[in-house]
Design a protein around this ligand. Sequence first.
Ligand SMILES: [Zn+2]
Length: 360
Amino acid sequence: MKIKRSSKCTLKFATESKKQRLYEIMNEYSRVVNIFIDMFWENDFVAGQLTKDLYAIPASGLSARMRQCAAREALGMVNGAKEAKSTKPRHTGKKCIWSSQVVGLESGRNHFDLWLKIHSTGTGDSFYIPLKQHFHFNQYADWNWATSIIVHREYIQISFEKEVGQKSTSPYALGIDVGINSLLTASNKSWFGDQIKALINKIKRKKQHSKAYKRAKKELSYYLHRIVKIFFNQLPKEVGLIVVERLKSLKKGKGKRSKGFRKTLSHWNYRELLKVIQMRAEENRVRFRTVNPAKTSQTCPVPTCSHTQRENRVGKVFQCLRCGYSDDADYVGSLNILTRFLTGQYGAGFKAFHEFLSGK
Ligand SMILES: [Zn+2]
């Protein structure tokens, strides 16, 4: 299985004159694409017919490679429009799909980590735009770069690919509870990320939107990524599926927010965390499912009891007020999340991983 990711990189670090030069190139490129579109619209072309002689037709100062890109993009747009039976497309110059023959990334010196290099002109000189390599970007160090970069007016979009092999076919599922005592608690009685509360409190102490506030938020974000990575590195190979709580809709969340995590960690952070877990699951060939989060922390996990009452949970401890069962509250949450999936519509065929462990 091949997986793909894309990452955006802002162009805001370019000077005004560099931006203007980029826009001039994009405008000229767009003009050439439209000439090709006119040519291809009248006659049916296939990719094999795109030849050097054909690239040379539009009068332009653009390099031969740039024209080649323009022809390819034009053909893609024309064939797409013909298939969809829509009208003749126009290239607006707002985004350009440039192949690795005309754009490249080069690591730089100084303050800026990365440069976008554009070979635009026929004379062979290159034009550089500074990019600031961001954290998400570094995650793709061992991935393959896709063969093209999509250049927008304000940012570029780079795609990465990786071959990860087949998805796991193991039927064993693991439930995961997200919390502030430990970021992740899994239904095989494992806990990950005990610094989460301290990091959240650090953000709360900063003045909102100040530099220190932003820095603390970034630190939390790094932490989420790091803990999820550790979680998957330690995930037993028999686990074929993980289950987490779905994100509550913002509307529903307002006014009756559940205790704990979502009260202290923003909606945004939870969404980011879910996304990171989902992406890492995919990279590790593990299936990923979500369940409705309602009352998973208040329900007794003993199958013959299932008593649900808010007072069953007091801080870190769960103690059932009907049958007396007691354990770590986050662990109980992870069991309930797993049970909700296994007993639900899509749970057939899956088994609890802790049953595998206990030899059942
Ligand atoms: Zn009970």
